[in-house]
Design a protein around this ligand. Sequence first.
Ligand code: ZN
Ligand code: FE
Length: 244
Amino acid sequence: MADPALPDVIRVPVLADNYVWLFAYAPARCAVIDPAVADPVLAAAAEAGLAITHILNTHWHPDHVGGNAAIKAATGCTIVGPAREAAKIPGLDRAVDHGDTVRLGDHEGQVLFVGAHTAGHIAYHFPSARALFCGDTLFAMGCGRLFEGTPEDMFAALAKLKALPPDTRVFCAHEYTLANARFAITVEPDNAALMARFAAVQAARARNEPTVPFTLADELATNPFVRARDAAELGERRRAKDVF
Ligand code: ZN
Ligand code: FE
């Protein structure tokens, strides 16, 4: 993004709709978030002149850890991941949980426990970079499916993310925005901010442009899961979205 005070975060689109992120936290160095695969990530880092020093995993799903072993073999990087899923994270060097910190150069990340999509899912918040790497917990106008958790778990997870500064840039792991928007407008057809965002997102996707990152402020205004009043309402909306 345009703010020169903020470090670059480079998008690497892989598989059908995954985004792998290169967080260029220092000159010529980056951390990779949720590498689904290795080769396009190694190529993107090389092209940007960045050495990969760390992998940060948010959860154990193969489309988030599939590149771990090959990237570690190629770079010798350190792999950081969720303590509650440690046995399922290939090559894990450092298991972290809620309240832990991850230092990358001048940037200190806070680990947030957001188990719901998977039971041990974590997110990484770097306040000095205004960046949140949230894996499959929060999406633009959506949230992750509840594979291992309950609506209560997701409500608690989103409550932690909602409490971060509204100008936080959200780097989620999938381009699910347009499908999420189509569902969201059925929940809140009278939400003007949502209708405007739906139009903007449709136009962006028609031009084949990405819609990630976005800001937490965007979600506070338009995301039916972030805006759910309680866990029961979130659960109702999640079940409806599952069959939408
Ligand atoms: Zn997942
Ligand atoms: Fe995923």
